[in-house]
Ligand binder design. Structure first.
Ligand code: FES
Length: 198
């Protein structure tokens, strides 16, 4: 089989995301994860784009794929999650994402190519810990009563909304980074490559 063939084969290999990305801080969350795809070891070492099947990703669910050794979150946001974003513009430090932590095509209110699908590198921009999912609004997951849902970094308490925008007066200096990506179809996404220029 050619090298390209091996690579394609590797991409199709199904794994369970939670098992494959051990050590990236996803185990502590109650958010259900679904199967994802990873490239072959050779492709990963080369930093190849990673293809993911999002067909089974339900609203409110997040999956994690590994790209260049980093966890990349893919969250299918619900209408309720999206509705929190404009409400938080005054509480986050860079509401319009002016610090360029994302490709230009994600410099919009949802920080996404498709509003319902949030793609981000799950590494805190302070000192690199893995934020935890805190999707339930209110105090039920140890957050404050006015919490609208998002992510909490367990290391020094930075909080992020459902677009990865960091709240004001937190240690993290910028919003979460969004990797280059593009959609191959409605159900397949390629992380690490785009056609619009990052
Ligand atoms: S590493 Fe996330 S707040 Fe410090």
């Amino acid at each position: 089989m050619s090298d390209q063939g091996k690579m394609d084969c590797g991409r199709r290999r199904l794994i369970v995301a939670t098992a494959a990305v051990g050590g990236v801080g996803v185990a502590a969350t109650a958010v259900p994860f679904v199967a994802s795809m990873l490239p072959s070891e050779r492709a990963k070492a080369a930093g190849a784009p990673v293809e993911a099947d999002i067909s089974k990703l339900e609203p409110g669910q997040m999956m994690v794929v590994e790209w260049r050794g980093k966890p990349v979150w893919i969250l299918r946001r619900t209408p309720e999650m999206l509705a929190t974003l404009p409400q938080l513009d005054g509480e986050v430090s860079d509401p319009e994402s002016k610090k360029e932590q994302q490709p230009k095509y994600c410099t919009n209110a949802a920080r996404a190519l498709k509003p319902e699908l949030f793609v981000a590198i799950g590494i805190c921009t302070h000192l690199g810990c893995s934020p935890s999912s805190k999707f339930k609004p209110g105090a039920s997951e140890g957050m404050t009563a006015d919490w609208k849902g998002g992510f909490l970094c367990p290391c020094h308490g930075s909080t992020f909304d459902f677009a990865g925008r960091v709240f004001k007066e937190k240690p993290a200096p910028t919003n979460l980074e969004i990797p280059p990506h593009r959609y191959l179809s409605d159900t397949r996404i390629l992380i690490g490559e785009d056609t619009q220029g990052a």
